[in-house]
Ligand binder design. Structure first.
Ligand SMILES: [Zn+2]
Length: 501
């Protein structure tokens, strides 16, 4: 029987594979060989043997960038001979035994080094600005090649394509999954690193590149530099991870012409790979990035309450590698929020059966979650809020989020304090802003409050005291800066322990 392709596995079969791989990863890799996970599993008194699968994953704590940055070596698998003898699974020991028998001790040690010794280090930037190394073994590089190849397939790149890979090898921006993936796929690839746009355009013409891989801005500059006649061989742009808003996409499409498909990607260095936007759906808001369910598990949690969210609800990405050696991560939070959440089931664009992460992607630090009555939490991006309020009729504005009647467990209320320009009718301006809020953000503020500073004002315009049970998310009047002055009342746990005096 032919092997079922990675993206066509029946959901129940995929779930079985995920359970089995996760069980193995935790019981035979993380617990015995990862100093960090061994410690947390022992501290939490979880039975590693009792780890049956994905349902047990939430027993492990969430790990953020700060924890990884503070001691990256703590997350690297370090097997030693005594640890292997104690912890390796029966099949691992049998394979080591037969390798010794057949190939001699040196080769058996060589197999271990192949599996665990770091050969490739991705440098990303940690929370303190210090480089954060992500280590890969030879085995990991092989897995990454598979992931890269799948990513290119999702993006519509085919064997025989001619790639110009303009991502930079030194950065964590996805160069390696593209490079390795193209090798695995059998596509011709030129990867020159950084080039000026004119040089890049000349190289694309000379190589007859059918696919250009670059970050969005670089791709735009290249297309503009290509000038009249453009790049006749080009049929595909694959963009490195980074914001790909409708404006940039539109400019790229105008410069590239209708014969060129544009596909975005998402990824973070700690997860090693990139995930490509579904080619068939590319450009649609719900196209999403196809995951490899047999190689990783992505959970979505509410950034504020840290509980799982439902399919399609905005959520923060939590990543678990199912097949990692080197720097091996489980329940890792890169700090990204998918505004469209995670959508399982058959993709309505391409028919693949693997989950999709639906963007746009936002940094979790830019998001606040609001519960405006009703059950549903809503994630609101501070920048989107600022955009919605960058209205020509406004001289200044301020947004404040409060808890209803000061009850920390009660619903949130969002007030927009505004100062209209000139003699604009405040009622009309408020109605217009309300319309913008409903279409751009999806809800109406609790109240619009006129804050006419010119007339001395009815509204208190002093900065709202933060100690009054509020958290300052971001500050600044629209007039002076495009950022939002935004407070919200925190949950009791966010306030931390009361100060001991
Ligand atoms: Zn698809």
């Amino acid at each position: 029987m032919a092997k079922t392709s990675w993206d066509q596995l029946d959901p129940s079969e995929l779930a079985r594979q995920q359970d089995r791989k996760l069980r193995k990863q935790i019981r035979f890799q993380l617990y015995p060989y990862s100093p960090f996970y061994r410690r947390v599993i022992e501290e939490l008194q979880i039975q590693a043997d009792g780890f049956m699968g994905v349902d047990d994953l939430q027993k492990l704590p969430l790990v953020d960038r700060q924890a990884l940055s503070s001691n990256p070596e703590d997350f690297v698998l370090h097997p030693s001979r005594p640890l292997i003898q104690r912890w390796a699974s029966g099949s691992q020991l049998t394979s080591i035994f037969f390798n010794k028998l057949l190939k001699g001790i040196d080769d058996a040690e060589g197999d271990l080094s192949n599996e665990y010794a770091a050969v490739h280090v991705l440098e990303t930037t940690g929370t303190t600005g210090e480089p954060l190394p992500i280590k890969l073994s030879r085995r990991d590089v092989a897995v990454l090649a598979t992931e890269g190849m799948r990513m290119l397939e999702v993006a519509g790149v085919r064997t025989g394509d001619v790639l110009l890979n303009l991502l930079e090898p030194s950065s964590a921006g996805g160069f390696w999954p593209v490079w390795l993936g193209a090798v695995a796929l059998g596509a011709e690839q030129t990867a020159p690193g950084f080039l000026e746009p004119e040089q890049a355009a000349a190289l694309a013409k000379k190589t007859h590149a059918s696919v250009v891989v670059a970050i969005g801005q670089d791709a735009l500059l290249l297309l503009e530099a290509a000038g009249e006649g453009g790049l006749p061989a080009l049929r595909q742009l694959v963009l490195g991870p980074g914001p790909l808003g409708p404006t940039l996409r539109k400019r790229l499409a105008e410069s590239a012409g209708p014969q060129v498909r544009i596909v975005g990607t998402y990824g973070f260095a700690e997860g090693r790979t990139l995930w490509a936007e579904c080619l068939q759906g590319s450009g649609s808001a719900d196209a999403g990035y196809h995951l490899s369910g047999d190689l990783q598990i992505v959970e979505m949690i509410s950034p504020r309450e840290r509980r799982g969210v439902r399919p399609g609800e905005p959520g923060e990405v939590v990543f678990t590698g199912l097949d990692h050696r080197g720097t091996a991560l489980a329940r890792y939070r890169p700090g990204d929020v998918a505004m469209g959440g995670l959508v399982p089931g058959r993709c309505r664009y391409c028919g693949r059966l693997v989950d999709r992460i639906i963007g746009p992607m936002r940094r979790s630090g830019n998001l606040i979650e609001l519960q405006l009555g009703g059950e549903d939490l809503m994630a609101v991006d501070v920048e989107t809020l600022a955009d919605a309020l960058a209205h020509p009729a406004l001289q200044a504005w301020q947004v404040e989020v409060r808890k209803s009647e000061g009850d920390p467990r009660g619903p949130d209320e969002l007030y927009v304090l505004f100062d209209p320009k000139g003699k604009k009718d405040p009622g009309q301006v408020a109605a217009e802003l309300d319309r913008v809020f409903r279409t751009e953000i999806g809800f109406s503020p609790t109240q619009f409050v006129l804050s006419n500073r010119a007339k001395g004002g009815v509204v208190d315009l002093r900065p709202i005291p933060v100690e009054a049970g509020s958290v300052l998310v971001s500050a600044g009047w629209h007039e002076d800066s495009p950022r939002v002055r935004l407070w919200r009342t925190p949950n009791p746990e966010e306030l931390g322990e009361p100060k001991q005096n």
